[in-house]
Design a binder for this molecule. Structure first.
Ligand SMILES: O=C(O)CCC(=O)C(=O)O
Ligand SMILES: [Fe+2]
Length: 518
């Protein structure tokens, strides 16, 4: 019993001194933790305020969109986990679970990173431009070394060595610059970057590079057991190989992977960048008013711009109003689901994951009876194209309207709209093949997002309020293989389109079959 002797109480005083000091340590640790949370809340608030000034403009920039996904997935999860055990966590927990569906997941982060890497490749963006946050003149917050590291990690997960090499090296460069300014607290990060980089090189067969990088890593963390073992193994492997082949081992340069195995990828991407585009033969008419002999077009003929002659691809200007677009988007939003691709292209079987990258968008179908605006548009398509677009169940001459919104860096790689010998899944039973494609452009895309035809180097810019039209089949009903086309990745902005696929059935007399294809 402490109270029975003053000398015991003297000890208690000393104990209390120690307790106070421990409590003070605890309070400072809590304050540091709270400071960190407060800084994170301030930063997030600043960013969301900026985003809210104009959400469309903000998300139009793919770097902003990537960072938003990253912040919500990684940083908020950290916040949530670090506060989970605390007493006052309740409200935050309720909010988090209420919004679960809109909080990005790991696969969203992977998709967002993949999108940035796709844009980097297709539009030949320099890493330094992406890092400085300047994409075609649209400015965002610059990337940190951690952002570069996350891009590298996303590439690593896809076994995409080419991008691991680029982005881990960018992370290193940035990390070293920061170090010179002594903005660093621990060496953990650089060790992680080097670890990824070394192993990625090793997987590629670049053992010498893997060895050098691992040695550099050991300078930062001399006792690292696994890396020490790797260094030994890499050395042995190099010696063995050089002995048996009597050649000095050389590292291969890393090349960009062709994940969807497209033969015409380079042509497609060059067109997207604006290379290979040929001007139309200027001796031929380019713009004209058309009525197709239809009395409904007499007072206001359609404004037709010819984009290509063979196959004939035309763009009709001002065929859907802003009000109609808003109505269509409103009707479609609740129906949007991730687009699936039926065709596997020519990807070797067993490669699996490539399908996901083939088409990055969400779509929904609208029938004529889903809204008067849809029935009106279907009628207009018929008036202008001269084809039947009846969509009553007993008279299916065309499919429902397919409304599509592209995602971050969204695109649709080269494909045919109609059924071909390799791909017979697209036509409706009984209504035969997709004779023609009509596609409305329903948003202004600030950069990228062209519709391109790599077989003939034709291209159509996504002009808001316009619609593109072409025949997929020749007059004989044969496939017109020159209509292979693609939707280029959206670089800046959001792309909405709506497709109407018109079928052969019901159009036998409007576009009669001919003995000769042309
Ligand atoms: O978005 C584009 O430009 C092309 C879309 C397309 O080809 C399709 O949806 O079938
Ligand atoms: Fe298409």
């Amino acid at each position: 019993d402490v109270f029975t002797a003053i000398s015991h109480l003297e000890d208690s005083v000393r104990v209390e001194v120690e307790l106070v000091s421990a409590l003070r340590d605890y309070i400072s640790a809590e304050e540091r933790r709270l400071d960190k949370l407060r800084r994170f809340a301030d930063e997030s608030e600043e960013l969301t305020n900026k985003a809210l000034e104009n959400v469309d403009d903000f998300l139009a920039n793919p770097v902003n969109a990537f960072m938003l996904v990253k912040r919500l997935y990684i940083e908020w999860n950290e916040v949530i986990n670090s506060t989970k055990s605390l007493i006052n966590y309740g409200d935050l927990a309720i909010n988090v679970s209420k919004h679960r569906a809109n909080i990005p997941t790991e696969s969203d982060l992977q998709g967002a990173a993949q999108a940035l890497l796709r844009l980097q490749d297709v539009y030949k963006l320099r890493p330094s431009d992406i890092i400085s946050g300047n994409i075609h003149g649209f400015q965002t917050r610059p990337l940190t070394w951690q952002d570069c590291f996350d891009l590298g990690k996303a590439a690593y997960r896809k076994r995409d060595h080419y991008h691991v090499d680029i982005w881990m090296n960018e992370a290193l460069k940035k990390w070293k610059v920061n170090e010179e300014r002594s903005e660093h607290r621990s060496d953990l990060s650089i060790v992680q970057v080097l670890d990824y980089l070394a192993f990625s090189h090793y997987r590629e067969g670049n053992v010498k590079k893997a060895l050098n990088i691992s040695r550099e890593l050991l300078k930062y963390e001399p006792g690292h057991a696994r890396i020490t073992r790797n260094v030994k193994n890499f050395q042995e492997e190099i010696e063995e190989k050089e002995e048996s082949s009597r050649l000095i081992l050389k590292d291969k340069p890393s090349v960009r992977p062709n994940s969807t195995y497209l033969d015409d990828r380079d042509a497609y991407e060059a067109l997207c960048r604006g290379e290979r585009r040929k001007p139309l033969d200027s001796s031929k008419v380019k713009c004209q008013y058309v009525t197709n002999g239809n009395y409904r077009l007499l007072l206001q003929p359609a404004k037709q711009e010819i984009m290509h002659h063979n196959p004939r691809v035309v763009l009709y200007h001002d065929v859907i109003s802003d009000e109609e677009i808003n109505e269509v988007i409103k009707l479609a939003k609740p129906k949007l689901r991730r687009s699936l691709v039926v065709t596997k292209g020519s990807s070797p079987s067993g490669t699996g994951s490539s399908d996901a990258e083939y088409r990055v968008s969400s779509g929904g179908w609208l029938e004529d009876w889903d809204g008067t605006v849809i029935a009106k548009l279907t009628r207009r398509i018929s008036d202008i194209s001269g084809l039947s677009t009846l969509t009553a169940p007993e008279y299916r001459h065309a499919e429902a309207l397919q409304v599509v919104n592209y995602g971050l860096g969204g695109h649709y790689e080269p494909h045919f709209d109609h059924a071909t010998i390799e791909n017979s899944d697209v036509h409706l039973p009984g209504s035969r093949n997709r004779i023609a494609t009509w596609m409305f452009y329903m948003s202004e895309v600030k950069a990228g997002g062209y519709t391109v035809f790599p077989e003939v180097d034709a291209f159509v810019p996504p002009v808001k309020n316009a619609a593109v039209f072409w025949y997929n089949l020749k007059a004989s009903g044969e496939s017109d293989d020159l209509t292979r086309h693609a939707g280029c990745p959206v670089l800046i902005g959001s792309k909405w389109v709506a497709n109407k696929w018109i079928h052969e059935k019901g159009n036998e007399l409007r576009r009669p079959c001919d003995l000769y294809p042309d």
